[in-house]
Every structure is written in C-alpha cells, then in structure tokens.
Write a protein that binds this ligand. Structure first.
Ligand SMILES: Nc1ncnc2c1ncn2[C@@H]1O[C@H](COP(=O)(O)OP(=O)(O)OP(=O)(O)O)[C@@H](O)[C@H]1O
Ligand SMILES: [Mg+2]
Length: 228
C-alpha cells in the first residue's frame, strides 16, 4: 500500500482549510480509500475538544483517537507558539512529525490541516513550514477569492518554494454566499499565472460532492506523481 499525504495550508486563517480538507476526505472515502487526518496544532479548544478535529474525524471516518489526530491542542485561539507559552507547554515539531508519520503509515492517504497560514509560528524558531518540511508534505494552498488574494497567494507559493516545499496547486474557496463581484471574477482569471501554481478548483459557496469529487481525483493524481 502507498501511504500518500498532503498538507492543506492557506493564505490565512479562516480561508476554508477545514472545509476543503473535509470535502476531500469525504470524496476519497466515497471512492473507497482509507483516509487518515491530522491537525497537528489546534488552537481555541472548546470543552477539551476542537471543531476542526471533530470535523476531520467525522469526514474521514477514521478510527484514530483524538490525541493521535491532534497531538497539540491549546486553549487560546492564538498562534500555536503563543498559545503554548500561555499554558507553559513546550511544542516539539519533531514529536508532531513523528506522530503524524504514524498516522500516515496506517492509511492510504492522509490529509494534514495546518494552523493558520504557512509561516505561523509553532515554536520560538519554527513554523508550520518547518513541520511540513520534516515530513516532506506537498502543499495544497487554500486561498480567498476576494481583493488581496493575489498578493497573499503568491507570497505563500514563493515562501513554500524558498523552503524547498512542493506546491500541488491552489484551491479558491468562496466562503461567503452571493454572486462573485468584479474582484473575485478577475482574480480567478489571473491567479494561477500570477502565483506560479495552477488553480485546481474554484469551489463555489457550499460546493457540491461532485465538485469535491473532481478536485479529489486531480489532487490524488498530483500527489501520486510528486511522491514524497
Ligand atoms: N466554499 C465554501 N462554501 C461554504 N462555506 C465555506 C466555504 N469555504 C469555507 N467555508 C466556511 O467558511 C468558514 C471558514 O472556513 P474554515 O473553517 O474551513 O477555515 P480554516 O482555514 O480551516 O480556518 P482555521 O484557520 O480557523 O482553521 C467556515 O464556516 C466554513 O464552513
Ligand atoms: Mg480549520
């Protein structure tokens, strides 16, 4: 069995990483794949749990326990390094990577959801990018459609490549309902060219299982081609 894996990162927090990760998990599960999920650093715990982790577990149908899906859960909704300090806890990127690898080894394909964007600090010196680098995870970058996204997306692609990370492509997610305005429509036209990585999908608000099915097929082929 091949043990594929990818990191779903974003240009910012709240851009649709969990939405995209869960949609992919459901699509691969529907296609008969054994799907693993990991949210290595989750901030903003709710009663000892976390909505992203719960959503990822439900979408994938994994039997892995919460603590293995999410090795670092923090109370405050802050960057992991900051939230950890407030609880006087130490984060080890090496440990997070080791635990993630254990999950990856158990499943055909594992979806890892980052915390915030790629350069969010997880320790005083390390970011989500350092964690991704340790595991050689290729990246799927979730971006907003709205004004400002061309800059954020290219910054993310360039920061990833500067660190030796591979980018599978970009997914634009329409978080808000309503018709796409001028900025949204024109951004989509130039996004892939400007950012230097293809737009694999522009997911409409409340994207259908069919849309996710198409995206899942494309992403799976790219992950298999790129390897780790
Ligand atoms: N295409 C979409 N259609 C409908 N709702 C969406 C879409 N994309 C994102 N959303 C919604 O937008 C909100 C933010 O998305 P989400 O929680 O996935 O972001 P995130 O990047 O995972 O945030 P965080 O950094 O907190 O993990 C959620 O309520 C999510 O359901
Ligand atoms: Mg999320």
């Amino acid at each position: 069995m091949r043990n594929d894996a990818l990191l779903v990162t974003g240009t910012d927090t709240g851009v649709g990483k969990t939405f995209v990760a869960c949609g992919l998990a459901r699509a691969w599960r529907a296609a008969g794949r054994d799907v693993g999920v990991v949210k290595p650093f989750a901030s903003g715990a709710v009663r000892g749990s976390h909505p992203d982790v719960e959503a990822l577990i439900a979408a994938s149908g994994t039997a892995d326990p919460f603590d293995e899906v999410c090795p670092y859960l923090f109370r405050d909704p802050l960057a992991p390094s900051v939230a950890a300090k407030r609880e006087r806890r130490a984060v080890s990127v090496a440990r997070a990577a080791r635990m993630t690898q254990r999950v990856i080894d158990r499943h055909a394909i594992t979806i890892v959801e980052g915390a915030g964007g790629l350069l969010v600090p997880v320790t005083d010196r390390e970011t989500v990018a350092d964690y991704a680098k340790r595991l050689r995870l290729p990246l799927l970058i979730v971006a907003r459609p709205a004004l400002g996204t061309l800059n954020h997306t290219r910054l993310t692609v360039e920061a990833a490549r500067a660190r030796g990370l591979r980018v599978l492509g970009i997914v634009v997610s329409f978080c808000s309902p309503g018709r796409a305005g001028l900025a949204e429509r024109t951004n989509l036209e130039v996004m892939g060219r400007h950012a230097g990585s293809p737009v694999l999908a522009a997911l409409r608000h409340r994207a259908s299982a069919l849309e996710f099915g198409r995206l899942a097929t494309r992403v799976e082929a790219l992950v298999a081609r790129i390897g780790r």
